[in-house]
Design a protein around this ligand. Structure first.
Ligand code: EPZ
Length: 417
């Protein structure tokens, strides 16, 4: 087990450079198998979720060359081999191999995916999308078998604007015959990044980033070069850190428009934030106003920043409210924040945070990736030492977190037991 030990209450100063987006990279790697040649992807974050996807590529006999933050994927000689249950369960994004293998081979066998325990996380919309394209879906114990004689373009309406379903259907439809329209598609920047990648390989996708995506299927996709967008959630996490402890902190290599919802909330709370073209600079403050947030699909307030943002709300003067509308189980960080001295109650999907409360150190658990990020922020503002167990969850999504935080003056160490 990995443990993070943090000695808090130090002001932090310097620059944190943001890595490539986890939730784009984890879709781009499976998408790359649609090429009949090589795909080069740069700005790939070095996180354990990427290691797991590369292990899946190995199983499929795909040649993978990794260098610092870049990856070359060569599909010549690839085989549609079984992906082991252990690997499929390592992360949520293993499910993108379903859409990609179905597109490429017209057959995909996939064990149920893993990922953070933040809700029931069904994939019915992905499967309905595959069926609309002409595939049959069978479930055998904990495995799906999705197969088609031929994939044919179709009009698909998503009941929920799901990120995963939008990408997975886009992957399969890229190799279907004819035109597919995905309506009520998710609009997250990661979807635009995946569509651009596919288009660079010769796909014909338009409308990504709007709620209607049109895909004209292609028989062959060629080699290409592509760059992962900056991680808006990693950036948001460190912007929140800067709001708490910045003296000042510059968060560099970001696309500020991707963070509009967070930045406007911070401004509403009275934050000292300067927004540049590809960076923000932020100083901490003592007198934040409380606020209300409701998580929503992009461009709304991202659910993935809700847990870290709650830590900032413990330091606002007065009562704030956070309503989680995407995941039914994303308040697991709250009991641990209360153990550290926060005053938060939960009723249904709403947390009420009464601030400002001094946080003291203690022993907490990273129950999932973003809950873990919230624990890191809480530990960094706590008066004493905090140990965070199950830190593996954090390393799944934050590249070089220990080095990045040390570089701005944090006292943090990673211990393996
Ligand atoms: C992606 O998950 C992200 N993961 C999540 O980030 C993020 O929280 C989420 O999008 C929302 O922004 C990756 O990109 C790998 P959804 P995804 O399908 O695609 C329901 C993080 O911390 N739904 O948009 O799984 C679902 O239950 C992670 O980095 C169905 O009902 O999310 C949820 O309530 C955690 N049926 C809602 O839709 C389906 O078939 C949105 O889920 C699919 C989804």
């Amino acid at each position: 087990m990995k443990i993070l030990k943090i000695h808090g209450a130090e002001k932090l100063e310097g620059t944190i450079r943001i890595s490539g987006a986890k939730n784009a990279a984890v879709a781009l790697i499976p998408a790359a198998i649609l090429s009949d040649d090589t795909a080069t992807i740069c700005n790939v974050p070095e996180i354990t979720d990427i290691d797991a996807l590369c292990n899946i590529l190995d199983l499929l006999n795909v040649k993978v060359k990794r260098a610092t933050e870049s990856i070359v994927i060569d599909t010549k000689g690839m085989q549609n081999n079984e992906i082991s249950e252990a690997l499929a369960k390592k992360l949520r994004a293993s499910y993108y191999f379903m859409g990609a293998l179905l597109g490429k081979y017209k057959k995909a066998e996939m064990y149920f995916p893993g990922g953070c325990s933040i809700g029931s996380r069904p994939i019915d919309l992905h499967l309905k999308g595959f069926e609309a394209l002409g595939a049959t879906v069978k479930q055998e114990k904990n495995k799906y078998i999705v197969e088609a004689k031929e994939l044919k373009g179709a009009n698909i309406y998503l009941d929920i604007a799901s990120v995963g379903a939008t990408i997975n259907i886009m992957l399969a439809a890229t190799k279907a015959k004819g035109k597919t329209i995905i309506d009520n598609a998710a609009k997250e920047p990661e979807i635009v990044n995946v569509a651009t990648f596919l288009n660079n390989m010769g796909a014909k996708i338009s409308g990504a980033g709007t709620s209607t995506i049109k895909i004209i299927g292609q028989e062959h996709l060629h080699s290409c070069f592509h760059e992962v967008i900056p991680d808006r959630i990693e950036a948001g996490t460190y912007i929140i850190l800067g709001s708490l402890l910045g003296n000042p902190i510059k968060i560099d290599n970001i696309i500020p428009e991707h963070l509009d919802a967070l930045i406007s909330k911070l401004k509403e709370m009275g934050s000292n934030i300067e927004v540049g073209q590809d960076y923000v600079v932020i100083n901490s403050k003592d007198d934040y106003k409380p606020t209300i947030i409701n998580t929503a699909v992009y461009p709304g307030f991202p659910t993935d920043l809700q847990q870290p943002f709650t830590v900032l709300l413990t330091q606002a003067n007065g009562q704030s409210k956070v309503t989680e509308t995407i995941w039914e189980n994303r308040f697991m960080h709250v009991p641990y924040l209360n153990n550290l001295g926060a005053d938060i109650t939960i009723k249904g999907q709403t947390a009420t945070i009464r601030g400002k409360t001094k946080l003291k150190g203690g022993e907490v658990v990273a129950t999932d990736l973003r809950a873990g990020a919230a624990m890191v922020l809480a530990a960094l503002i706590s008066q004493e030492t905090t140990t965070i167990t199950n830190a593996e969850h954090i390393l799944r999504g934050y590249e070089g977190i220990v080095d990045k935080l040390e570089a701005v003056g944090a006292k943090i160490e990673l211990i393996e037991i």
